[in-house]
Design a protein around this ligand. Structure first.
Ligand code: F6R
Length: 247
């Protein structure tokens, strides 16, 4: 387990502060870092803290490049449910990252296969220094849902019923949740130099514990992180409840 560092924080604010500090350390060491970013509820506090640090003059994003993990498909960029909208609302509109350095899979693409191909090539050209991840209730990372194999590169995916249900909290009702998405693959994620996974709330405790200490299996996609050489996991007390420190 030397490849996985685990921090179990008292609460969500502490989790978010620790996470933002790790990103700050990355940017202090390499101002032109490439960051992989996530959406969902869990990283919102981290983004708030990054904005705070930026406004306090402690962070500069002018040389940073970002790649988001995923996007619904199809979806209009202007839709308030798109991940483009989410990232603007929570981070990009408040920091000095140049627009041309922001990359999010294009939910408006006419050809999703070509879009995935292009996205993967773009990531491969720069590499990702630090990839931020959440974990789904079913163990998914990005939108790599439980399956019989680990999907490799950026691809078009049908969302699991459990994911549609979980994400319906952001929509008027479940029927409005898009059924498909474009997502980085497991190989794409595993090629990042460092991985930072955040988990908050009791609902994530069991799947996270299984992912870290259980069998490595595509049935729990996050379990593949056991094979990555540099993973940091930050949880709050509830999500870290079952993670008994092991030597
Ligand atoms: C988001 C993403 C997803 C979420 C996961 C957890 O870009 O790729 O894998 O990280 O669904 O979502 P929350 O944080 O809302 O529990």
């Amino acid at each position: 387990m030397n490849n996985i560092k685990i921090f179990t924080e008292e609460n969500y604010s502490e989790l978010s502060r620790r996470s933002a500090q790790i990103i700050k350390t990355q940017l202090d060491a390499k101002p032109a870092s490439v960051l992989g970013l996530a959406t969902g509820s869990t990283p919102i506090g981290t983004y708030e803290e990054l904005v705070r640090l930026y406004k306090a003059g402690e962070l500069d994003f002018s040389q940073v490049t970002t790649f988001n993990l995923d996007e619904y498909f199809p979806i209009a960029k202007a839709s308030d449910q798109s991940y483009v909208f989410f990232m603007r609302k929570h981070l990009f509109d408040f920091i000095n990252i140049p627009d041309e350095k922001i990359n999010i899979p294009n939910g408006e693409a006419t050809n999703h296969a070509a879009e995935c191909d292009e996205y993967e090539k773009k990531i491969a050209a720069s590499g990702i220094d630090l990839q931020l991840l959440g974990i789904g209730n079913n163990g998914h990372i990005a939108f790599n849902e439980p399956a019989d194999y680990f999907p490799s590169v950026t691809h078009y995916v049908k969302l699991d019923d459990t994911t549609i249900k979980a994400n319906s909290r952001f929509f008027q009702n479940e029927n409005e949740v898009p059924r498909h998405a474009l997502t980085m693959g497991i190989k794409t994620i595993m090629q990042a130099k460092k991985i930072l996974l955040l988990a908050s709330g009791a609902g994530k405790a069991e799947i996270l514990c299984e992912a870290i200490f259980g069998t490595i299996t595509p049935k729990n996609p996050a379990s593949v992180l056991q094979l990555h050489h540099d993973v940091t996991i930050i949880t709050d007390k509830e999500a870290g409840n079952l993670l008994i420190p092991r030597q």
